[in-house]
Design a protein around this ligand. Structure first.
Ligand SMILES: NC(=O)c1ccc[n+]([C@@H]2O[C@H](COP(=O)([O-])OP(=O)(O)OC[C@H]3O[C@@H](n4cnc5c(N)ncnc54)[C@H](OP(=O)(O)O)[C@@H]3O)[C@@H](O)[C@H]2O)c1
Length: 164
């Protein structure tokens, strides 16, 4: 199984504020959808609540310490108590995506094989940041630069890193 993470950060490694994303970049949402479609997505409880719904076409796995979370089956999600438990339950999958947020990205840094990073060309204040990718452990294997346009307010670069 390939364990990938997918994240969008500003130049100063910010990823969220007030449990929301920091920008509206339709091109990145499209890239996220195309990249993760058909694969299980693993996320922290706060990110799930920030999205507010299950992501269609993907098994949604939510990590929480709250054993009663979704006990009324309001959402079509798999609730797990840790990242390890998620990976054990998904062991038969070809590829899984860790989709945030900050706590779950940090906990997965040592185990991910691949990181899809969208680097958004701004400096911005936030309340959730992630560490910079350790270039001694990951190689940049692909990147695609885009300029801002009518729909996407900031320049952004899609990058793919693979563990050395
Ligand atoms: N820019 C991006 O690409 C991107 C992507 C995703 C999210 N975000 C942003 O990131 C922010 C949310 O990130 P966050 O760090 O605050 O929260 P998070 O990682 O989404 O979720 C944290 C929650 O996950 C559960 N959790 C974490 N570690 C656990 C463990 N070891 N065992 C069991 N449960 C565990 C806990 O849930 P309980 O409290 O229920 O126990 C914890 O409160 C939001 O602003 C969101 O918009 C940005």
């Amino acid at each position: 199984m390939i364990v990938s993470s997918i994240v969008a950060t500003s130049l100063n490694h910010a990823i969220g504020k007030d449990n929301q994303l920091l920008w509206h970049l339709p091109a990145d949402l499209k890239f996220f959808k195309a990249t993760t479609m058909g694969c299980p997505v693993i996320m922290g409880r706060k990110t799930f609540q920030s999205i507010g719904r299950t992501l269609p076409g993907r098994k949604n796995v939510v990590i929480t310490r709250d054993k009663t979370f979704n006990s009324d089956n309001q959402f079509d999600i798999l609730v797990v108590g840790s990242l390890d438990e998620a990976l054990v339950k998904l062991h038969a999958e070809k590829e899984v995506f860790i989709i945030g947020g900050g706590e779950i990205y940090q906990q997965s840094m040592d185990i991910v094989d691949t990181i899809y990073l969208t680097l958004v060309n701004i400096m911005i204040d936030a309340d959730v940041y992630i560490s910079e990718i350790d270039k001694s452990k990951f190689d940049l294997v692909w990147e695609e630069k885009h300029l801002a346009d009518e729909k996407n307010k900031f320049d952004y670069t899609f990058q793919k890193f693979e563990r050395k």
